[in-house]
Design a protein around this ligand. Structure first.
Ligand SMILES: C[S@@+](CC[C@H](N)C(=O)[O-])C[C@H]1O[C@@H](n2cnc3c(N)ncnc32)[C@H](O)[C@@H]1O
Length: 469
């Protein structure tokens, strides 16, 4: 066998990235866009000889699966955004549950029940777009990076976003090309427009143009066009002249800084280009409701949210009476959290701590026990002494929680009764963390389909403290 050779494969499974898996002459082959049950012809692109693993591209479907569906998007297969759109949506949910089962069994030895994946509306679910600019046939275009590359596949719409994106792309490209602007080229590091970042929440639009510079000529024309299409919108420029994969620059130039806010589950929250929001409104609400159900917030409950972002989840629970301790590492997010609680009249219900969960969680508990005084320790000690129940929520980024956080929670479980709820966006780090949380047993696992047509899944795990010996 060698690269460029075409082979015929029976596809027997789907991999973690949504690729079809087939066996050939003792090798395991990964073939993107092939489905289990299919017979396909695939061209070998790469062989890992020592590992008996190969990669191939789909050339022909000899016998299709009954679960293969027609995709509405004519960029599917070229744009790197979706890898599962060709699989019937109900089967995507089954695939995500099965993958989660496999990885939790393999890395955490977990063989218990997993609830069915909570489904989403499969299309137009994203409230945020981040599209790179590029030059196509001498004109500015936006689109998505082709799978595994930094080459632009130009797009005028995307089925994962509502029609608002189509309108925004049109206005932006008309403006850029009428003004004769240029798109940034990663190789030469020349050209102005880098990314169009847009958040469309509750009918309000916030656009940020990330640029290799500090100004855009004729920007007022863009403001007028935007305002006509998206009344009350906000516009920022974000200079980013660095040769980096980080999209946003560190600063914002307000061009039309209309203050934006939305009401989410009874909490009024400001939206700015740096704020983190779950990207699927429907699933965010289902997931938050599920976590809130587990926490059962009331004045008799203390919630510690260890990766709190701007503290939205805690704010919803504080509104329902809970006493909240938010821990968040990004300074700006903590400033936003303080404003959020103030604006919603719940500042007395919460303390927003800025710091690393690995350190702050330990400090909150140990300093409280050793009688050290800080505002948060005094409050925490008071609440614990009055017999309130403690619920700890972890919602870390993709890299999961650190070993220190797991160790702190294991130690804490010997001293304090509490429940633990972990929201994960990465099954691999989740499975490692379940194994590290050795003083806890899993009481329920529910996956949520935050990202239809991609292999990603959001998972909520509830833990109980194992019986102490
Ligand atoms: C997945 S977001 C969750 C945000 C929030 N729970 C929500 O639903 O909007 C993860 C958050 O953890 C923060 N973070 C990352 N590493 C952290 C750490 N070591 N300690 C505390 N917060 C951290 C990030 O800045 C981010 O706001």
């Amino acid at each position: 066998m060698q690269p460029n050779q075409t082979i015929e494969l029976n596809i027997i499974d789907l991999g973690m990235e949504g690729e079809g898996i087939g066996k050939y002459e003792g090798y395991t082959f990964f073939v993107p866009y092939a489905l289990p049950g299919e017979v396909v012809k695939a061209k070998i692109t790469h062989l890992k000889k020592g590992k008996n693993v190969g990669y191939a591209t789909l050339k022909e479907i000899v016998a299709p699966s009954n679960n293969r569906v027609q995709t509405p998007c004519n960029r599917f297969g070229r744009c790197g955004g979706c890898t599962l759109m060709h699989l019937d949506y109900s089967k995507q949910l089954e695939y995500k549950k099965k993958n989660l089962q496999t990885i939790l069994r393999k890395n955490a030895g977990y063989v218990g029940e997993i609830n069915d994946v909570v489904p989403s509306t499969p299309f137009a679910y994203r409230n945020k777009a981040q599209l790179p600019f590029g030059m196509v046939n001498g004109k500015v275009a936006v689109g998505f990076y082709g799978s595994g590359t930094h080459k632009i596949v130009s797009s005028t719409k995307c089925f994962l976003h509502g029609e608002w994106l189509e309108r925004l792309i049109k206005i932006t490209l008309d403006f850029a090309n009428d003004e004769g602007l240029t798109a940034y080229d990663e190789n030469t590091r020349k050209g102005l427009l880098r990314h169009m970042v847009a958040r469309y929440l509750g009918g309000k639009m916030v656009v940020t143009l990330v640029i290799n510079g500090t100004t855009i000529k004729g920007i007022n024309r863009y403001v007028s066009a935007l305002e006509q299409e998206f009344e009350g919108c906000a516009l920022y420029l974000s200079p980013n002249t660095k040769d980096t994969n980080v999209i946003m620059g560190n600063t914002l130039i307000p061009i039309k800084p209309t203050p934006q806010s939305v009401e989410i589950m009874g909490v009024n929250i400001g939206v700015n280009p740096f704020s983190f929001f779950q990207i699927n409104d429907e699933i965010r609400e289902k997931l938050y409701n599920y976590v809130i159900d587990k926490v059962a917030p009331s004045k008799d409950v203390i919630v510690v949210d260890a990766y709190a972002g701007v503290g939205l989840l805690g704010a919803i629970m504080a509104k329902r009476g809970a006493n909240v301790f938010n821990i968040e590492i990004v300074k700006e997010a903590v400033v936003d959290a303080n404003n959020l609680y103030e604006k919603n009249g719940i500042q007395d219900k919460a303390i927003n701590v800025c710091g690393d969960a690995s350190i702050e969680l330990k400090k909150l508990v140990e300093d409280t026990q050793s009688g050290k005084t800080s505002a948060q320790n005094v409050k925490f000690a008071e609440l614990i002494a009055s017999g309130k129940k403690v619920k700890i929520v972890l919602d870390p980024p993709r890299k999961g929680i650190s070993k220190e956080v797991a160790d702190t929670l294991n130690e804490l479980s010997n001293k304090l009764d509490f429940e633990l709820i972990y929201v994960s966006c990465n099954p691999a780090t989740l499975s490692r963390d379940i194994a590290n949380l050795s003083s806890f047993s899993v009481s329920e696992i529910t996956p949520f389909d935050m990202f239809p047509h991609t292999p990603h899944v959001e998972t909520v795990v509830s833990f109980e403290i194992k019986e102490r010996l």
